[in-house]
Design a protein around this ligand. Structure first.
Ligand code: ADP
Length: 541
């Protein structure tokens, strides 16, 4: 039809070209494995990405091939985020915390042709190398010349870049080409791959950068603590380049102390990570205060941010918390919790109630909640139902798997496996994962909500609640609690008394155990599967 727009392909190289043209001097800072800092600019990165993309083609990487990365958040990994898709190939981020057999499974399932490995992670990879049969070349990052390895066909990252020139035309010519592949951490069954296209990731980047979402801008300094091997570091490498924001990459330094120093010294304005990271940081800052009021948004997702922790950051540290919800299958961003104009004059306590929810969908994500028959439920803030979503950056099928009604409805909605409410303003609140809910005497108990209540106790560091079988009620909640250092004498009675006026009586657990640590999944969430099986085997008393 006459008068339509240009057919402009939404490919990731456009974002890098834009950053190089508009923000060439903006910096990217990496904390190296030895604790020193590597600093360079988007212009430096651009030139190296071109060379790297060219080198990949020389290695025989063809459009559509998968190339694995096994690395921390650092400048080389950022280069790979652009060079692999720019060469027309698919950047397959390998989760370094997977069990060995799962790691071997995903490399083989994706048929990765080349794998880039950070030398600090080499021993982890070598454990499974003999189970892997598809990789033609390994490329080592940050490796000394005399490094010993049992891997064959090994190259050095810097050699690859030095050996190529910048004269390279992007091979990402069609927005529907695949650009990224990320497997879910596989808390149940084999890991499943979400395959992103240039178009889906480009639109996700626009979505993330809406002012109503994270809205990164040119004066931001962004610290993705969320790993690049997990859900594309929540898209921040792309969103930062699009906005011209500077980046601080923590490398392997994910402990509270170096993070606190990095935030304070590099004047970070947006930091993103899971609640356990921010919980650790908060306790570190209580012991050794630093001024982190430079942070305008502490972005948190991956699991529910306890309300008490949001309150602590906002009231004690002057840091605004932005709760978000997403999934690997959603590229990953789905909802963001910013306050609306009409919330501005509310008392702080009410604002924190809102901020404890996962927020509203960003434009590009549609959501609904349904009952067991698949009927839509009202957005009244009370009715719980299965959360379903659809949109241009949501998978319609897992990589190399059949479509299944386990995760797609017949009318085209993705079933998240989360149970939530939605209030009349569109704020979604996750009550649980379908499989974690406690069904007690025909009523549902939200383990997430109970955990948040318990973690509001000043002497509780962490709390995880699981369903355990019960003769009378079918299931009852059990709370596993990690006390803080000054809470070592905490008792079940203390917690019961604390919960008395906060939750319905039947929600209060009768079973408490006090532990040193809650087991965590590969991406730092409470591993309830491990807790449940420990209980079933009598290990939790
Ligand atoms: P996996 O845990 O399988 O690796 P993801 O990391 O993609 O998968 O996690 C997606 C799930 O994490 C969501 O379905 C939801 O259960 C949980 N989740 C993510 N963000 C939040 C949040 N802000 N609050 C509660 N749960 C969350």
């Amino acid at each position: 039809m006459n008068g339509l727009m240009m057919n402009y392909q939404l490919t990731m190289d456009r974002i890098l070209e834009h950053a190089n043209r508009m923000y060439p001097q903006k910096r990217i800072t990496t904390m190296q494995p030895d604790g020193s800092f590597h600093r360079y600019t988007y212009a430096d990165m651009y030139r190296r990405v071109k060379r790297l993309a060219k080198a990949l083609t020389t290695l025989g990487v063809a459009p559509g091939d998968r190339v694995g990365t096994f690395a921390w958040n650092n400048y080389q990994h950022l280069e790979l985020y652009y060079a692999i898709p720019g060469a027309g190939a698919v950047c397959h981020t390998l989760n370094i915390r997977l069990f060995p057999e799962q790691l071997a499974y995903i490399v083989n399932h994706a048929e990765d042709k080349v794998v880039f490995i950070d030398s600090t992670l080499l021993p982890l990879y070598e454990r499974v190398a003999d189970q892997i049969n598809c990789v033609e070349h390994y490329v080592l990052l940050n490796a000394p010349r005399d490094i010993k390895t049992g891997l064959s066909n090994v190259l050095f990252y810097e050699d690859l870049i030095e050996g190529a020139d910048e004269d390279f035309a992007w091979r990402s010519t069609d927005e529907n080409m695949a650009m990224g592949l990320c497997y879910t951490s596989g808390t149940t069954g084999d890991p499943k791959g979400a395959l992103y296209s240039h178009r889906s990731m480009f639109l996700h980047t626009y979505g993330e950068n809406q002012a109503n979402a994270l809205g990164l801008n040119e004066s931001d300094i962004v610290l993705p603590v969320v790993p690049q091997f997990h859900a594309m570091a929540w898209g921040l490498p792309y969103a930062s380049a699009m906005a011209g924001a500077e980046m601080v990459m923590p490398g392997p330094h994910l402990q509270a102390e170096p993070l606190a120093n990095m935030i304070a010294n590099e004047r970070v304005t947006v930091a993103a990570g899971v609640p356990t990271i921010w919980n650790g940081l908060y306790h570190e800052l209580r012991q050794n205060p630093r001024d982190i009021s430079c942070v305008r948004a502490l972005v948190v997702g991956g699991s529910a941010m306890p309300r008490a922790l949001t309150k602590a950051y906002e009231s004690e540290l002057g840091v605004s918390v932005v709760h978000a919800w997403g999934m690997t299958e959603l590229s990953p961003l789905g909802t963001v919790c910013n306050l609306l104009g009409k919330h501005e004059d509310l008392p702080d306590e009410e604002k924190w109630n809102i901020k404890a929810t996962q927020g509203y969908p960003i434009c590009g994500v549609e959501m609904r909640i349904v009952d067991e028959m698949g009927e839509s439920l009202p957005w009244d803030g009370e009715t719980m139902g299965e959360l379903q979503v659809r949109g241009p950056w949501i998978i319609r099928q897992y990589f190399r798997r059949d479509v299944s009604e386990d995760y797609m409805t017949t009318d085209g909605w993705f079933r998240t496996g989360d149970v939530s409410t939605i209030n009349p303003d569109g704020y979604m609140n996750i009550t649980d994962r379908t499989k974690d809910l406690v069904k007690s005497g025909g009523e549902w108990i939200s383990t997430v909500e109970l955990e948040n209540m318990i973690m509001a106790h000043p002497q509780v560091l962490e709390a995880a609640v699981i369903a355990v079988p019960d003769e009378k009620w079918q299931e009852r909640p059990l709370a596993a609690i990690v006390p803080t250092q000054d809470g070592q004498s905490l008792t079940a009675e203390d917690i019961t008394a604390f919960l008395q006026d906060k939750v319905a009586k039947f929600w209060i657990p009768e079973r408490f155990i006090f532990v040193q640590e809650i087991p965590k999944t590969s991406v730092g969430k409470f591993n309830k599967k491990v807790l449940r099986s420990a209980y079933a085997e009598g290990e939790l008393g």
